[in-house]
Structures are given as structure tokens and as C-alpha cells.
Design a protein around this ligand. Structure first.
Ligand code: FNR
Length: 368
């Protein structure tokens, strides 16, 4: 029989339950990575190359996990990143993530390709709960403009433009399971027109504009006041270019290993980016986020030590939602909070602002 929620002690436990209870097509879509899934595996294992250098005899009776991301307060430095097709895992879809995030003071990034409508997800928020919009840019800019301006009107605090997916990667596990229920409300006409024999990812992504380039950035600035963030940056040169374009934040990400296989892990890129920014005295010009493979709060702490402002978590919350619904996501977030608080104590810091490179030995990361 299936273990109860109280038998889930870490994020992996949700994954193994989800694998058992989910429909095969849904599991294939959520869990798959591109090609040989080398990047997918590396995303988490890269964190194992970093060791802590804890500090002793610091009064850690009280620790404060809170921080800000893009100027918005949050209780802990992770956010729910955008993942498409929430209803594949649970018939209620993304609103469950919204409600769980509200319980924990966690920010949620709403995907363009959510199963619930955008308005349903915004309507599900409580009080001044913070949400961002993830944007896949449509070939038809008028469609995109409408989506962006509507999101701003509905209170979204950030526009995350996904830049690592001019074409969707080949996720063969997903492609092998024939996909028939798109379940997405957004831009459905596009989805309806395409061949569904190639898996979920390909069925829903044909509207994405592969001609998107740096030249389009001024356009996005002209249609919204939301801070524009590039999601899927993978090299230091592009972080510098983002700064030249007055972009206030980037997400170092390889899309959860679902796009370019053998792309490096975000933590590896971060370890290259931050020294370069410091060398040029640009470290305060841009907030750096990372995602991919975050499964323990120790992963979050390591990313913050190396200079990230916060991290995105994807699959673990999808698995928790698929296995146990909203209470599963609430517990998954609580487990991360408990781990985070303990981690701070054992490292000897009282606030996230204290986390810095002196608390880690990252010499095991490849590029340095
Ligand atoms: C994603 N991701 C994603 N990113 C994006 O910009 N738009 C999207 O629609 C999706 N959809 C999506 C679906 C599923 C099932 C997954 C697993 C991922 C990528 C996501 O935002 C993030 O980069 C990764 O999920 C982070 O890796 P982890 O936490 O899943 O390991």
C-alpha cells in the first residue's frame, strides 16, 4: 500500500509515490529529460561536488530564513517554478500549488502553459501573495502582448521570459507515450492544430517563436512595467549581455534537463558567473536565480553561498501534488523549511544575508 503523508520525510519520497500512482503518460511528461538525460542527472549530482565549511560557536537560537526576490518578500529563498500541464498530475491543477505556496509565504511562477486558466490561478491567491508570469513568446506578438498586459493588470510582479526553448527538446520517454489529453487552457487553438503523436511537450509548443532575440527586449520593456527576467541563461557572457540590456535578474537554468542535453548544471554556471561579476564590480546590478535538481535545503544553501538570490523548485512539487494533492505540497515545502533552518544552524549563520562563499568548498566544480 501507499505510504501516508507522514511517511514522507524528504522530497524523494514524494517522487517514488508519484511514480507509483501517476498515469504513465503523466509520469513520462513530468519526469523526462532530453536525450540521454545526462544534464537531468547532473543537475542534482553537481551539488554533491560542493562541501560545507561550517562555522562553530555562533548563537543560532534564532534564525531568519526570509529574504526578498525581485523586491518581494518571501519566507524562504525558494519559489515554485513554472511547470506546464498541472492537471496531468492532479485534476485540480496549478491552483493547488498556489494554495500551498500561500500557506508558506512562497512565490509562485505561473506557466504560460498551465492547465488551469491564468485567471483561475490568480483568483486562487490569498491576500498579497506574490506571483510571477513565465512567458513563452508567441509568434503572434499581439497574443503575447495581451497575455503580458493582462498579467500585469492582475498583479503579477515579474515577467520571466523563457529563453532556452526556441524549439522543445527531445524527451524520448514523453515522445514514446502517445499524448491525447492536452489539458491546457492557454493558446489552445495552437495546441489543437498540432500532431499529438510526439508526446505532450511537442503537442503544446508549436506556437513558440524561434526567432526571439536580444533585439526584442526593448519591445517587452515597452509593453510592461513588470521587471523582465530571462529564464534559461547558461553562460557568463549572456549574464553580462543581460546587464547591458538593463535586465534586473536572470535564472541560470537548463530547463530541468529537458532542453539541451549535456548543458551544464546551473550551480556550475553560477560558480563561473559570480567571480566574473565581482571582478567587474557588477554583482549588485543583477539578481541571479538558479533552478534544476534542487532536492534538499542544503542545495539551496549552497546556491545562496555561491551568490544566488533564490532558487526555483519544479518537479518535487509536481510529484507532491500528484501523490497527495495540496497537503502533499504543503508538507514538501515544510520539509524544505525544516531542513533549511537546521542547515543554517549547523553552518553557523542566522540570516540568509550572511551566507557567502566562505561557507563552501566548491573546488570540486569542474570549470575552476
Ligand atoms: C518544466 N519547465 C518549464 N519551464 C518553462 O519555462 N516553461 C514551462 O512550461 C516549463 N514546463 C515544465 C514542465 C515540467 C513537467 C518540468 C519538470 C519542467 C522547467 C522548470 O521551470 C524548471 O526549469 C525545472 O523544472 C527545474 O528543475 P527541477 O526542479 O524540476 O529539477
Amino acid at each position: 500500500s501507499m505510504p501516508g503523508l507522514d511517511q514522507c520525510f524528504n522530497l524523494y519520497d514524494f517522487e517514488s509515490v508519484a511514480k507509483r500512482v501517476m498515469k504513465k503518460t503523466a509520469w513520462a511528461y513530468y519526469s523526462s529529460g532530453a536525450d540521454d538525460e545526462i544534464t537531468l542527472r547532473e543537475n542534482h549530482s553537481a551539488y554533491h561536488k560542493i562541501w560545507f565549511r561550517p562555522r562553530i560557536l555562533v548563537d543560532v537560537e534564532k534564525v531568519d530564513m526570509s529574504t526578498t526576490m525581485l523586491g518581494s518578500k518571501c519566507e524562504i529563498p525558494f519559489y515554485v517554478t513554472a511547470t506546464a500541464l498541472g492537471k496531468l498530475g492532479n485534476p485540480e491543477g496549478e491552483v493547488l500549488l498556489t494554495r500551498a505556496a500561500a500557506r508558506h509565504g512562497v512565490i509562485q511562477m505561473i506557466p504560460t502553459l498551465a492547465s488551469c486558466s491564468f485567471d483561475e490561478i490568480v483568483d486562487a491567491k490569498k491576500g498579497d501573495q506574490v506571483q510571477w508570469l513565465q512567458l513563452y513568446v508567441n509568434k503572434d506578438r499581439e497574443v503575447t502582448k495581451k497575455i503580458v498586459q493582462h498579467a500585469e493588470k492582475r498583479g503579477c510582479k515579474g515577467l520571466f521570459i523563457t529563453v532556452d526553448a526556441p524549439q522543445l527538446g527531445r524527451r524520448e520517454k514523453d515522445m514514446r507515450t502517445k499524448f491525447d489529453d492536452v489539458g491546457s487552457n492557454v493558446q489552445k487553438t495552437d495546441a489543437d492544430a498540432v500532431d499529438r503523436s510526439q508526446g505532450a511537450a511537442r503537442a503544446i509548443s508549436s506556437f513558440i517563436d524561434p526567432s526571439l532575440s536580444w533585439k526584442d527586449i526593448p519591445y517587452f520593456k515597452s509593453i510592461t512595467k513588470m521587471p523582465i527576467v530571462l529564464k534559461g541563461v547558461q553562460r557568463v557572457e549572456d549574464v553580462l549581455k543581460a546587464i547591458e540590456h538593463d535586465i534586473p535578474a536572470v535564472v541560470l537554468s537548463n530547463h530541468g534537463g529537458r532542453q539541451l542535453d549535456t548543458a551544464p548544471s546551473a550551480i556550475e554556471i553560477l560558480a563561473e558567473v559570480m567571480p566574473e561579476l565581482r571582478r567587474r564590480n557588477l554583482q549588485d546590478r543583477i539578481e541571479i536565480y538558479v533552478d534544476g535538481g534542487i532536492r534538499r535545503a542544503s542545495d539551496i544553501i549552497k546556491a545562496l553561498c555561491l551568490g544566488a538570490k533564490g532558487v526555483g523548485v519544479g518537479r518535487p512539487f509536481l510529484y507532491a501534488m500528484s501523490a497527495y494533492g495540496e497537503p502533499g505540497v504543503v508538507r514538501a515545502m515544510q520539509l524544505l523549511k525544516d531542513e533549511f533552518e537546521m542547515g543554517m544552524r549547523l553552518i553557523g549563520v542566522r540570516s540568509v544575508a550572511e551566507l557567502g562563499p566562505e561557507f563552501v568548498d566548491a573546488r570540486g566544480l569542474g570549470m575552476h
